[in-house]
Design a protein around this ligand. Structure first.
Ligand code: NAD
Length: 286
């Protein structure tokens, strides 16, 4: 039987759903895939040890690795080549070992793009507001501008981080495509917006609550969520109650995993089956 050896490098990744998603999908293709979590906290390693882990995995015959917080940028100097979207974003979440080379990809970007196109087809993107300029926010912003959003305003409680992301987006996509503002500007910025993308941890069990006041939500605003544990966040509940079209974070989680699975194995993942599996997994408390 064909077999694959893969894993995830990052901090605090014990509850990750990736092992279950990848291993189950491989089983349904009749191949064996082992997906290990290599948690730098458990291993008592600093984030910059990601280079040693990549080298060890390469020597041990791994087919690939997923890379997550806080190693997505640190891993780059240890790779032989970057796929275009990873090079543009300056972050890697998937490494493929092939013919002695380590190649970095970013399936967060392609994953959000597919989820958005599937879940909110024809959503207007003339003026989009994004909350959160961290790791997920950078990937989502690149995906939205790649999909053709005319203008994206990034808000973050850390204004320098929002400004840094907006500068990087304007350098990549052309001047005027992105702007930044303080999180306290949400009411002004949402007034004329078509949609809102939420990419902060608000709504997770450890960060309950709403990232914006519910009274800023209105029926002609679409709302895309990045948080996927829980799948049904307070923001999504409030948005549906206000009559907004919504997209949960499960699609991004599945499509990024599906793209990584395709890169690791060369097999075509069955994304509807993976979406159903994720919904089951996410219903179990972390
Ligand atoms: P991060 O820590 O890198 O970034 C979060 C950013 O949000 C920070 O810049 C922080 O200053 C900002 N922030 C926090 N509260 C805010 C608020 N109320 N208003 C405005 N800005 C605020 O985190 P991350 O890695 O980007 O992850 C964010 C969320 O995305 C997490 O819940 C994570 O689980 C989720 N995520 C989902 C997927 C997916 O596939 N669906 C992928 C990656 C991350």
């Amino acid at each position: 039987m064909t077999s694959y050896l893969t894993g995830l490098v990052g901090s605090g990744i014990g509850p990750s759903l990736s092992p279950a998603l990848h291993e189950a999908e491989a089983g349904r293709h009749g191949v064996r895939l082992v997906y290990r979590t290599l948690d730098i906290d458990t291993l008592d390693l600093a984030p910059d040890a990601v280079g040693d882990l990549v080298q060890a995995a390469r020597l041990l015959g791994f087919d690939g690795l997923n890379i997550t917080h806080p190693c997505k940028q640190l891993v780059i100097e240890h790779l032989d080549e970057l796929a275009p979207e990873a090079a543009e974003l300056g972050a890697v979440n998937t490494v493929v070992f092939r013919a002695g080379r380590a190649v970095g990809h970013n399936t967060d970007v392609t994953g959000f793009a597919q989820s958005f196109a599937r879940g909110l087809p024809d959503a207007p993107t003339r003026d989009v507001v994004q909350l959160g300029a961290g790791g997920a926010g950078a990937a989502v912003a690149h995906a939205l501008l790649t999909l053709g959003a005319d203008r994206l305003t990034v808000l973050d409680t850390d204004p320098a981080r929002a400004a840094g992301l907006a500068d990087a987006l304007n350098a990549r996509f052309g001047p005027g495509r992105a702007a930044s503002a303080a999180a306290s500007e949400a009411a002004n910025r949402l007034a004329g917006a078509d949609g809102i993308v939420h990419a902060t941890p608000t709504g997770m069990a450890a960060h309950p609550g709403l990232p914006v006041p519910a009274d800023l939500l209105r029926p002609d605003l679409w709302v895309a969520e990045v948080v996927y544990r829980p799948l049904e966040t307070e923001l999504l509940r409030a948005a549906r109650a206000a009559g907004c079209r919504t997209l949960d974070g499960g699609g991004m989680a599945v499509f990024q995993a599906a793209d990584a699975f395709r890169l690791f194995t060369g097999l075509a993942p069955h994304t509807d089956r993976m979406l159903a599996h994720l919904a089951d997994l996410a219903a179990t408390p972390a």
